[in-house]
Design a protein around this ligand. Sequence first.
Ligand code: FE2
Ligand code: FE2
Length: 285
Amino acid sequence: MQVQTRQRGFMLQTTLLSRTAQLPALSASITELTSICVNENWRIEDACAVIDADPLLLDTLLREANNGALSTSSRVKTSRDVVGRVGASQIMSVAIHVGLERLFCDLREYGEGALTTIRHCYRTAIAAETIKAASRVRLPHSFAATALLHDVGEIILSHHLDETEGPSLQEIRQSHLGEAEAERSELDLDHCEVSALMCRQWRLPQAIIQGVQHHHSPWILDNPLAYGVSLADQVATCTETPKHSVANDFLLVGRCLGELGFSRAEMAILIDDTNRRIAERTETR
Ligand SMILES: [Fe+2]
Ligand SMILES: [Fe+2]
């Protein structure tokens, strides 16, 4: 790699480190709830104590459980009802969703691409729910939350590049390489690292930070969470761009499917099921 690229990369890393350090923290209740729910041996009482101390969070969870995608016939009224009904995975995912909405209340500040990125993150979390429901391999509670956060670094990275001289994130990605590779060759860092920096800044659990950091290189972690997030990312992309071909990532998609017990033919079913869930979610909002 050229010395110039390395120098630019070093300066960019320093700048992004300070920009992410200036981001507001996720609220304490969301950080605490996440650290409780990420534990496979979590206790409902611990989660309820945190939710009850954050009336806005409780209100959102009740709304989701009664009117949103998590609703069933009977109405829920207390934190215990919600937690008992939806479980650790959904609680964590909704809590982080609330946290992101509080943090990025005006996404327009971050440029045009920010809305596209956050919508893609929401779709990826829904794809994760589809994959978790169908996979023959057990996926951890943190799966949907990690999927939800996987590309948040793009918001900061893209905004910073727009404000400085040089190519935009979109222009960098137009090279023949995969997007993360293209970023690394031009910037000496990629959006996965920036996403992980943000999750570290928000004091999220290590499993989430690692899953986010390696969503384009899941073989490095070689665990179901990493393969799951990478697959959810591909499924979400296919729902956004119906003509999107997975040909560029043919080997990676095949590996992720295989690691989670799916055949290649099941990719189309995962895409259809995710589209159905997205449509249901849109109808209930
Ligand atoms: Fe990504
Ligand atoms: Fe993505």
